[in-house]
Design a protein around this ligand. Structure first.
Ligand SMILES: Cc1ncc(COP(=O)(O)O)c(C=O)c1O
Length: 276
């Protein structure tokens, strides 16, 4: 709706691959902008950028939240340059502590932010339902684009989901699952802190269904080899390097706990440790 082939868009490095590849497939020039401990480094956005894709609540894959200061700087950038921001808030329903910082969409007073959410993490990925909150100025064009793409998402599934929300069952489901995920998150952090301290540094985070750990002394190739060994003994983790958007991949691992039973975590991490 907002871009034509040849326009420049910026993504986080490291960041989530599918939107990066989608944007590139539309003939857009995709620039990788580094993230630091506060999130996307706004000063490094190239001047002719039209749109920025970010994950402020829980940076994918590193896991920290974008600071309020950085959020304001990003909104300022959008206002000054006539740019747009896609805010991918894919898993912040699972927050285990700390105070959430306001989404860009709520801080935005100029209609610059398109807020995107998903039921893939909160419900299940096979539902294929997501949602967006767009500024009023874009709604007609977005509806037309959606209609052109696939008419609409499945109506029966949407109706069931709407009912689940309206009846308060979704909120109850989130409350229940949040405590399960919090327990898994804590189990993993405790184990890594106890038994991997010589090889991995956990990136502090308190949101979502995955956490990241940096491997300061290791090469990317070594981590990939370790994770290949882990896969052979039934433990699946992702190398942090898989999320590199530019040409400087970092050595580390991403541990997802959405689909593993809490009682299997210690055994899994023990096997992973043996692979190191
Ligand atoms: C960063 C990020 N955004 C969005 C999604 C959800 O995508 P979808 O709604 O297409 O399943 C995911 C799922 O893994 C994700 O990691």
């Amino acid at each position: 709706v907002l871009l034509t082939s040849g326009d420049r868009v910026a993504v986080e490095d490291p960041g989530y691959g599918p939107p990066r590849r989608l944007l590139a497939s539309l003939g857009l020039r995709v620039t990788a902008v580094p993230v630091d401990g506060e999130g996307l480094m706004v000063d490094a956005i190239p001047p002719d950028t039209r749109l920025v894709y970010v994950s402020p609540s829980h940076q994918i894959p590193l896991g920290m939240s974008m600071s309020l200061r950085r959020r304001i700087a990003l909104l300022d950038w959008a206002n000054r340059n006539g740019g747009a921001i896609i805010e991918d808030d894919y898993d912040s329903e699972f927050r285990f502590g700390g105070r959430p910082i306001e989404p860009l969409q709520m801080l935005d007073t100029h209609g610059r932010v398109i807020y995107v959410g998903s039921f893939s993490k909160t419900m299940l990925p096979t539902l294929r339902l997501g949602f967006l909150v767009a500024p009023p100025s874009l709604r007609t064009a977005l509806e037309a684009a959606k209609f052109l793409a696939d008419w609409h998402s499945p109506l029966a599934t949407q109706a069931a989901m709407a009912r689940f929300l309206a009846d308060g069952l979704f909120a109850r489901h989130i409350r229940r699952t949040r405590s399960v995920y919090q327990q898994r998150h804590q189990l993993i952090v405790d184990y890594l802190t106890r038994s991997f301290a010589d090889v991995l540094e956990v990136v502090p985070s308190s949101v979502g269904l995955h956490l990241a750990a940096i491997a300061p002394g290791a090469s990317v190739d070594r981590i990939v080899a370790i994770l290949r060994r882990a896969s052979a003994v039934g433990v699946e983790c992702q190398p942090l390097s898989m999320f590199a958007a530019g040409d400087s991949p970092r050595a580390g691992i991403v541990l997802g706990y959405g689909a593993i039973g809490s009682e299997q975590i210690e055994e899994g991490l023990a096997r992973l440790r043996a692979c190191f």
